[in-house]
Design a protein around this ligand. Structure first.
Ligand code: HPA
Length: 271
């Protein structure tokens, strides 16, 4: 990570009008529609932002959007970077460093995930309370990390308690059934074997996915409060495992997305 590159990325976005956003929002796979609700949007395609990772073919639509949501200035990532695309930990978290530098004070994250806890069903929303990093590395493992924040980032409470309480209250008021639990991150892109799903359950995971944890580690390093929500797209029952269809995962994410948008919208209103 180089300060100079970060400064150039930020200068480009400020020049475009990304003016002091308060909240950063990361939209996961199949969860891009919240971006349509941003008022007076200014868009910056990832491929045009200096030093941003180059978007791969599948994610050519990737962009940062600045605008107003429920009266607050936000910056939204429509599409994120994953290790399985061949990026490294610094690449996939680069947008978090940039949004922090732009001035965000809170970070909202969403993702699509498989349900390991079999009480949880496809189409449920899960508030992430804690996580297990199974990606085999850290976005903070670079030489000059201490220039930016804590090298030995504290992870005793990685997800902000106050915002979690608010989400729970909102879900209750809005009649949205809300699961809570532990998210395990894997590299992917292959889905898990039956034996791996059994292992994840033994480890204490309630959901599994291929993102989020690196972003959360960086946010903790930067003292940025986080709230994160998983949209559960498939049930990972090792005793009755059917082939997983990625299109089905995307379809379930899209169908469940309105609940996530509602939770984020009401959370922003409450801040
Ligand atoms: N495993 C890993 N990642 C996922 C899954 C899964 O079952 N579902 C959605 N993302």
């Amino acid at each position: 990570m180089r300060r100079k590159q970060l400064n150039e990325s930020v200068a480009y976005l400020k020049e475009k009008g990304f003016d002091n956003p308060e909240i950063g929002i990361v939209l996961g796979t199949g969860l891009g529609k919240l971006a349509d609700e941003i008022e007076n949007p200014i868009e910056a395609h990832y491929n045009h932002i200096p030093f941003f990772p180059l978007a791969t073919v599948e994610f050519h639509a990737g962009k940062l959007i600045f605008g107003s949501f429920e009266g607050k200035k936000v910056v939204v990532m429509q599409g994120r970077f994953h290790l399985y695309e061949g990026y490294d930990f610094t690449d996939i978290t680069y947008p978090i460093w940039v949004m922090h530098q732009l001035g965000i004070q809170k970070l909202f994250i969403s993702n699509a995930a498989g349900a390991i806890n079999l009480d949880y069903k496809k189409g449920d929303i899960m508030l992430i309370e804690d996580h297990i990093n199974l990606q085999g590395g850290s976005p903070l493992a670079f030489k000059n990390v201490a220039e930016f924040g804590h090298r030995f980032a504290d992870m005793s409470e990685p997800y902000d308690i106050e915002m979690r309480k608010k989400i729970e209250k909102i879900a209750k008021n809005e009649n949205i059934s809300l699961q809570k639990g532990v998210y395990a991150s894997v590299v992917g892109p292959q889905l898990e074997t039956k034996a791996e799903y059994r292992m994840l359950k033994i480890l204490g995971a309630d959901a599994v996915g291929m993102s989020t944890v690196p972003e959360v580690i960086v946010a903790n390093h930067l003292d940025l409060p986080i709230v994160a929500i998983s949209v559960l797209t498939d049930e990972c029952n090792p005793d009755q495992l059917k082939p997983v269809d990625i299109q089905d995962i995307i379809n379930v994410a899209s169908a469940t997305e309105p609940k996530m948008v509602k939770l984020f919208r009401e959370l922003i209103r409450s801040l």
